[in-house]
Design a protein around this ligand. Structure first.
Ligand code: GLU
Length: 454
């Protein structure tokens, strides 16, 4: 839905820096960004830091870093409510002078003043792009407080003044703010602000349909958790975009530019959107598959190097081994951190050192005779020696040994070869392993096995 109005579209993301950026807020930022960019508009970021005790610089930094990581770029300056006290004061004074608000003395231990908005007790209907017409009777809100005192505006007042001064045309935010809208519209009318267009997004729910909350779901509600796990930012953006929105086609994998092209607020659903990490993993893997080979190689190398096992062992990465092995590693991961985990678990030890194991481990299932295994390994060595250097690849290695394995029993031949190369019950197949290790190292390891079998 390309907006037809000639006025430039301006959306905003106004988080309060009182905690790590939450997934729900991240999606709100994304929808505001996509909508603005779809329509050639501006996306503004405003830090709502008037609550001095709860606002922390580190959370603001986390929010900014997160947006940068995701590639959600703001337009213009970064706004801070804490720097705008005088502006709020000016509006507040005018509201009082014009009879829209009044100072009320309210005893609360010490003599306390608050500024209340004089409620006209009207009915307000606003059109929400997602929910249609929403009507409220404002009389239930009574004369609500808009400032603690002349220097301390509260959320509703500050947000309305800022949106007005910034020229925000569309307010796209979580459904939990629907009930704030009538108060904000009353204040808009009183300061003579134009009413923006509203779109309240469905909540993000956990699989059991409960609201995603830090208390219940822990760290997994913050974006940082996914960044640290090694999800790709473009995959997180793609997945979050699908939380409550759908393109109306079967397409599920989008680049951010493709999202900008297809994003349409009228296709946002009203009902809650379920967050499913398994689906996110799938989306992540799809994006990983689209990465250039050198990026995959670099990331896998970096994850291996970062693992404590790798450091403690003092291993080194042989780039040619990494180049030959990365595909088999890549097949088994959905996020980068899986590589570090595999290294930590010892699953990749065979890449860096000769395996250590007992000779009996080379026996396949019911086989009891070490001599038979010795014969199979000996045969594998001579078959491998015949393969030319140019043909040292998994397929030719497989072809070289396949007939013999078929004749002697696949498990009987292939199990000991694989175990001799990896020292693990779970590892890539023996042909891939041989290819990865290279002919020299393969034959060396098979000879080691023979020695053990003597
Ligand atoms: N600071 C508010 C929040 O983080 C902003 C809400 C709004 O979009 O108006 O919830």
């Amino acid at each position: 839905m390309q907006e037809k109005s000639s006025k430039k579209i301006v959306t905003r993301f106004p988080p309060s820096p009182t905690g790590l950026l939450h997934l729900g807020n991240t999606r709100t930022a994304l929808f505001n960004y996509l909508f603005a960019k779809r329509n050639g508009g501006d996306f503004i970021v405003r830090v709502e830091d008037t609550d001095k005790t709860r606002s922390k610089k580190e959370y603001e930094e986390n929010m900014l870093e997160s947006l940068e990581w995701l590639g959600i770029k703001r337009d213009g300056e970064l706004w801070h409510q804490s720097e705008r006290t005088e502006i709020y004061q000016k509006y507040l004074k005018k509201l009082i002078a014009d009879g829209y608000a009044y100072v009320s003395q309210e005893a609360e231990g010490e003599n306390k003043e608050v500024v209340r908005f004089k409620n006209p007790n009207s009915q307000i209907t606003f059109n929400d792009l997602i929910r249609g017409d929403v009507t409220f009777d404002t009389s239930e809100l009574k004369d609500f407080v808009i400032a603690r005192n002349i220097n301390k505006p509260l959320y509703h007042l500050a947000v309305v003044i800022d949106d007005h001064e910034i020229g925000v045309t569309h307010i796209i935010r979580g459904e939990d703010h629907v009930s704030n809208t009538p108060r904000q519209i009353l204040i808009q009318d009183a300061i003579g602000a134009k009413r923006p267009i509203y779109a309240h997004l469905p909540l993000i729910l956990a699989k059991d349909r409960s609201k995603l909350s830090k208390r219940k779901h822990g760290e997994a509600v913050s974006l940082r958790y996914y960044k640290e796990k090694g999800y790709l930012p473009e995959a997180v953006v793609n997945y979050l975009a699908l939380l409550g929105w759908n393109p109306g086609t079967d397409q599920e994998i989008f680049s951010t530019d493709e999202l900008i092209e297809s994003f349409d607020l009228s296709k946002v659903q009203k009902s809650g959107a379920i967050f499913d990490e398994e689906k996110l993993k799938w989306v992540n893997k799809e994006h990983m598959k689209r990465l250039p080979e050198e990026v995959v190689l670099r990331e896998i190398g970096a994850q291996i190097r970062a693992s404590s096992r790798f450091k403690e062992k003092g291993w080194e990465i042989d780039e040619s081994v990494l180049k030959r092995s990365y595909k088999s590693i890549f097949e088994r991961i959905t996020v980068w951190q899986d590589v570090a985990q595999m290294t930590e678990n010892g699953d990749l030890d065979y890449l860096f050192e000769k395996p250590q194991y007992e000779a009996t481990k080379l026996l396949w299932k019911n086989e009891k005779d070490l001599g038979t295994i010795s014969r199979h390994i000996g045969e594998a060595i001579s078959l491998f020696k015949e393969i030319s250097d140019d043909n040292w690849n998994a397929e030719d290695i497989k072809n070289a040994i396949w007939d013999y394995a078929e004749k002697e029993g696949r498990g009987n031949v292939l199990w000991p070869v694989r175990y001799a190369l990896s020292g693990k019950e779970k590892s890539p197949d023996p042909f891939t392993l041989s290819y990865i290790l290279g002919r020299e190292e393969t034959i060396l390891r098979l000879n080691e096995a023979l020695k053990k079998l003597l």
